[in-house]
Design a protein around this ligand. Structure first.
Ligand code: S3P
Length: 177
């Protein structure tokens, strides 16, 4: 399949860039977290609290699987933990081109310090939590992406332009876009 999939840590800008990319390319945008909240009629915070993280992770896999029944091409932004599941890595590979959006720990800390919507970052010492999770995840993000770009050093427009160009290079058949 030919979707463009944005992966990366919480706060890296997946939703912002995804939505700008969607406007630029005229492709519909899907955010897995939003999709899950709509389906469950609950916030991510509530899902984690009332049903647990494992339940949430299963929902993430279900959302990916549903995309195989859909003919459209989407820009898809996935939750920061989704690529960590082995099964999801296989699904992502089949779904399209993965772009890894990177940001420095400093930027992530600034953006996420006072966050109240991400269950894994609540409580004390947010920086430590970010560093620990990033250490576990970075290798996977790198391994499954065809292209990575640092989002906190240039404008949103420049990031979008660069992604479009890279996707063109990665797929020779950009007529689709
Ligand atoms: C998570 C990232 C969040 C959301 C959930 C868990 C994670 O999405 O899926 O809070 O494990 O990194 P964003 O990456 O869009 O913030």
């Amino acid at each position: 399949m030919n979707h463009i999939i944005l992966i990366g840590f919480m706060g890296a800008g997946k939703t912002t860039i995804g939505s700008a990319l969607s406007n630029q390319l005229g492709m519909e945008f899907i955010d897995t977290d939003n999709r899950i909240e709509e389906l469950e009629q609950m916030t991510i915070m509530d899902i984690f609290e009332k049903k647990g993280e494992q339940y949430f992770r299963q929902l993430e896999t279900n959302v990916l699987k549903e995309l195989f029944h859909d003919e459209s091409q989407y820009i898809i932004s996935v939750g920061g933990g989704l690529p960590m599941e082995k099964e999801n890595q296989e699904l992502l590979k089949q779904l399209g081109t993965c772009i890894y959006l990177k940001a420095t720990i400093e930027t992530l800390c600034n953006r996420l310090q006072c966050d109240t919507k991400r269950p894994l970052l609540q409580g004390e010492d947010v920086r430590r939590k970010i560093e620990t999770l990033m250490e576990k995840r970075q290798g996977t993000y790198e391994a499954i992406s065809q292209y990575s770009i640092i989002t906190d050093k240039c404008s949103k427009e420049a990031v979008v332009e660069s992604i479009v160009e890279q996707v063109r290079n990665i797929r020779k058949k950009i007529g689709d876009l």
